[in-house]
Design a binder for this molecule. Structure first.
Ligand code: SAM
Length: 300
């Protein structure tokens, strides 16, 4: 049946994505710099600055906003969450902001948790790690210790293979309705098997007035020459760099193809609106000629 076919494809995509991020977890941060010439840092800085977490026009002694809860979905190794915390706690002097990093992949989260030990203590205390599939945030669990991201699979004492990928049947917690002030997802959503389901979940967990914010690769179609160079770079150079630096051509080939398949800026904006969000103006901002884009929506 059509339904059966859909299920198989989604499951296959999920498997594929699990394998990719388990095998890239250790090399992920270094590869990001190489593949984007460091641009991903600029985009991430801009994304977080545009959200200005923890900002309050009043003095911090009387915080009318109350504690702010940010959910960083597909948070991986923590790049967005760490920036959000720094901006809120240090720049905006609002230590009541806390961030939950959620990801479907324990290997990525484990690298993130390891990196977070370098943060100042109050930021570490405001951070939590949760395993979840973004498509169903009512089935989650706190980060389960994972042996080593370098070893994608290991065996428990009964000899069963342990998966880096979150299994919803092991869920012990959930993210309640209307409990989140800001939902962020950076370079994650294009990997989801069911994007509309993830958008519906974002809408469910956000408080009324809460903001959905997404940073993702997008379509750089405005300048044909730039586009041609970009295509060459992504389809030839990135898999090659993946092979040379991370000895993993296939995973980086997948990453490039997933960018190509992701909807255009306007199509993705329409999906956000369909999920019940209100957008301002066009609903998105292009970065670096549309190589990446920021989409935002508010839950009314
Ligand atoms: N946000 C981080 C950043 O900007 O550096 C990490 C981005 S990384 C390219 C994509 C992440 O999406 C991976 O950590 C992967 O495990 C996660 N991911 C893929 N599918 C997911 C899903 N269905 N639910 C939650 N996370 C998912």
């Amino acid at each position: 049946t059509h339904f059966g076919f859909e299920t198989v494809t989604e499951a296959e995509k999920r498997e594929r994505v699990a394998g990719v991020f388990t095998s890239v977890a250790e090399s992920y941060d270094r590869m990001n710099d190489l593949m984007s010439f460091g641009w991903h840092r600029v985009w991430k800085d801009h994304f977080v600055a545009s959200l200005n977490p923890g900002f309050s026009p009043l003095t911090s002694t009387s915080d009318p906003l109350g504690p702010q809860h940010i959910l960083d979905i597909a948070g991986g190794t923590g790049d967005i969450a760490f920036r959000l915390l720094h901006t809120a706690h240090v720049l905006n002097r609002n230590p009541s902001v806390r961030v939950t990093i959620s990801d479907i992949n324990r290997a990525m989260l484990t690298v993130g948790k390891q990196r977070s030990t370098l943060l100042p203590a109050p930021q570490q205390a405001a951070l939590s790690f949760v395993e979840a599939n973004a498509e169903n945030l009512s089935l989650t669990r706190p980060l389960h210790p994972y042996p080593s991201a370098a070893e994608p699979t290991t065996h428990d004492n009964q000899g069963n293979q342990e998966q880096a990928f979150f299994d919803p049947s092991t869920a012990t917690s959930s993210i309640p309705d209307s409990s989140v002030d800001l939902y962020t997802v950076a370079f994650g959503i294009r990997n989801f098997s069911n994007i509309p389901a993830a958008l519906r979940e974002a809408h469910r967990v956000l408080k009324p007035g809460g903001v959905f914010a997404c940073l993702e690769f997008s379509k750089a179609n405005k300048h044909p020459l730039f586009n041609a160079v970009y295509k060459e770079w992504s389809f030839r150079a990135i898999p090659l760099i993946g092979q040379l630096v991370a000895a993993d051509r296939d995973s980086y080939q997948y990453l490039v193809e997933s960018i190509e398949r992701f909807p255009s800026q306007a199509e993705f904006r329409d999906m956000i609106v369909d999920a019940g969000f209100v957008v301002a103006g066009e609903g998105y901002e292009n970065l670096t000629g549309g190589v990446a884009a920021i989409h935002k929506g508010m839950k009314p």
